[in-house]
Design a protein around this ligand. Structure first.
Ligand SMILES: [Zn+2]
Length: 308
């Protein structure tokens, strides 16, 4: 498929990650101090935004040296990459006190990334998602997984090195299969008891070690709904910064219709005809609704519903 055939929300980060440059500490310092370099601030995973001319939120970029000062050292600082020749950094302002009451006063506001993801420019949603996932990884993996020592940040935030056993640790991405099971002219969606009334979505589960993507898809469909998959095809993927998953979107043909929810993950399953799926995506099917367009589940249902 062409590289830009389908770009989900949180994908499409336009920055050049410049991984060959971020290993150079002197170059990073020079870029951090350069007057045209930029900084993106996150507070507990929320990006600092301001309103653009169209009234919609956009990232409120800081000067990079200010981001560096707020970070107070390499631990909370991340080199995100280059926009043409401009270096872009991110600073992690975790903690209880709202930074808007301090040094950032007047420079914008912190907003929940998921809530504003469809209003942000898609490229900026992707930049913020990258920073959020990286900071979540840093926060959860500060200790060396081999010996327990507190590790040290390297490569502009993209690596941690243990000072004791010298082990190197790299950011994690956890793969999740998310699939739409189809049988003839019907697709099946499930719902969890805790979801809002009438909400149905695609089925999903974490890929386990030793499994291929197609095997994980078949296993999850069988475990959660008693379905037997016969064919699996790939649609697209979505980086999902909660905290650092990759949603692998699939459409799976199944041979049986006698689906049954496992009552653990899923409370209810329901078949939808293709015309019903089209109405569901438009938000006009009485009694049922689907996740919004920022979710890959929405895009899977839409893609299949528009195939015929
Ligand atoms: Zn160690």
């Amino acid at each position: 498929m062409p590289l830009t055939a389908f770009v989900n929300t949180f994908a499409g980060n336009p920055l050049n990650r410049a991984s060959e440059r971020r290993i150079d500490a002197a170059w990073l310092t020079e870029k951090l101090e350069a007057p045209d370099s930029l900084g993106v601030a996150l507070w507990n995973g929320k990006p600092l935004v301001e309103n653009g001319k169209d009234g919609k939120p956009q990232i409120s970029y800081l000067k990079a040296d200010m981001a560096g000062e707020l970070a107070g050292g390499p631990e909370r600082l991340l080199f995100l990459g280059l926009w043409q020749d401009t270096a872009v950094f991110a600073v992690d302002l975790e903690g209880g006190a709202d930074p808007m009451d301090g040094p950032l006063e007047g420079l914008g506001r912190f907003e929940d990334l998921r809530a504003i993801s469809m209003d942000l420019p898609s490229t900026e949603a992707a930049i913020a998602a990258t920073a959020k996932s990286m900071f979540e990884w840093r926060r959860r993996h500060r200790h060396c997984a081999s010996c327990g020592e507190i590790s040290e940040v390297a490569d502009g935030g993209w690596k941690r090195i243990c000072p004791s056993c010298k082990a190197e640790h790299f950011p994690r991405t956890d793969p999740v299969v998310i699939m739409l099971p189809v049988h003839g002219e019907k697709c099946l969606l499930g719902r969890q008891a805790a979801w809002p009334k009438g909400m149905f979505s695609a089925l999903a589960g974490f890929l386990e070690p030793g499994e291929s993507i197609e095997e994980a898809c078949a296993r999850e469909l069988n475990e959660e709904a008693g379905l037997r998959a016969t064919q699996v095809r790939y649609h697209s993927t979505q980086p999902w910064p909660y905290p650092s998953s990759l949603m692998i979107g699939l459409i799976a043909e199944v041979e049986n219709e006698d689906a049954a929810p496992d009552q653990t993950e899923l409370d209810e399953v329901r078949w939808f005809t293709r015309p019903e799926a089209r109405e569901l995506i438009k938000g006009s099917l009485p009694g049922a609704r689907a996740p919004g367009a920022m979710a890959i589940a929405h895009q899977l249902i839409r893609a299949w519903s528009e195939e015929a």
